[in-house]
Design a protein around this ligand. Structure first.
Ligand code: PBG
Length: 334
């Protein structure tokens, strides 16, 4: 394994915040290892259930703090924020501006629940009118995401999130060099202590379907296959993705989705001992279980715990799951 040299690598980044220390603790299965995704919506008094994700909501900033506070009381390790802006444009301007929706949500949560670890998803698909994860260029009559033009904006977005109080930055766009760019911008702006949890091995998965309803982020044309990994890729390619991110200074690495990629989680954990591994149990995994449980075809609670245990057994210390608060409650009540 090739760790980046100092200052890209700073192992203390995983130690500054007590919640980060809890998050990556390998022993056991505790609420502190779970991260709850939340969707921030513009406006106030808005609590809009996501049609394909029962019991998950788009929440305006006044209400998102309440959810965050509940999660914190239950001992959940942190929240990861996604934003649905009022207005979208070609370059996703809302995502980089200090008054953007995620920035507002981060400020509100930090004010209401200062002790809660706030992670922000850094990407463009929720903010662009075309729904892609970066700046579009046209080459030979085909539109595609321009990698290097996107890097510059990613750095700006990450710094803006950090200014709003984000404790950890999670880039999810699968741009080459994204960790290096973001690390450089964070450090240049005095945020050398903020860890990066990279969506390192992220596949172009059909399991993201319900999320795209939730975040209103479906690509308006084409798909994400020129940047996210092919679902049939070999494990070796996932390992290369992780290796590059670690060499660029990623503090935690994520595999996403989780359930259909337990082999990848296991290989990453084995190959990169000492690098905390996170697994994102994505929207489609959630909705599949909820749909079957609603029909009475499976025992909901047992299935959820079985699934999360499989991710932990594969080698993930940290799990991002829409069930985080509920599972924390189950664990706490024995
Ligand atoms: C943004 C992003 C996506 C998810 C997390 N961050 C969607 C995508 O890549 O299309 C999916 C999460 C889920 O399905 O629960 N790039």
């Amino acid at each position: 394994m090739n760790s980046a040299p100092f200052p890209q690598s700073r192992l203390r980044r995983l130690r500054y915040h007590s919640k980060v220390r809890d998050l990556i603790r390998p022993a056991g299965f505790a609420p502190g290892n779970l991260i709850l995704p939340l969707f921030a919506h513009a406006g106030s008094g808005i609590s809009q259930e996501i049609s394909s994700m029962p019991e998950q909501f788009q929440l305006s900033c006044d209400l998102i703090s309440e959810q965050a506070a509940k999660a914190h009381e239950l001992g959940v390790g942190g929240v990861i924020l996604f934003g649905i802006p009022k207005e979208k444009d070609a370059v996703g301007s809302d995502s980089c501006c200090d008054e953007g929706i995620v920035q507002q949500a981060a400020v509100a949560i930090k004010k209401a629940v200062p002790g809660l670890l706030v992670i922000t998803d850094v990407c463009f698909c929720e903010y662009t009118d075309h729904g892609h994860c970066g700046v579009i260029v046209e080459r030979n009559g085909k539109r595609d995401v321009d990698n290097d033009a996107t890097l510059e904006l990613l750095g700006r977005q990450a710094v803006s999130h950090a200014r709003a109080g984000a404790d950890m930055i999670a880039p999810s766009g699968m741009m080459d060099g994204m960790v290096q760019s973001i690390r450089g911008e964070l450090d240049a702006n005095g945020f050398h202590q903020i860890p990066i949890m990279s969506y390192a091995a992220k596949f172009a998965s059909a399991f993201y379907g319900p999320f795209r309803d939730a975040a209103q982020s479906s690509p308006q044309y084409g798909d994400r296959r020129t940047y996210q990994m092919d679902p049939s890729s070999c494990v070796g390619q996932a390992l290369r993705e992780v290796e590059l991110d670690v060499a660029e200074g990623a503090d935690l690495v994520m595999v996403k989705p989780a359930l259909a990629y337990l082999d990848v989680i296991s290989a990453v954990a084995e190959q990169f001992q000492g690098v905390p591994v996170a697994a994102y149990s994505v929207s489609g995994e959630y909705s599949m279980v909820e749909a079957a449980a609603a029909q009475g075809w499976i025992d909901r609670r047992s299935v959820i715990l079985e699934i999360l245990h499989s991710m932990q057994r594969a080698g993930a210390q940290t799990i991002l799951t829409y069930w985080a608060a509920e599972v924390a409650q189950w664990i706490e009540s024995g």
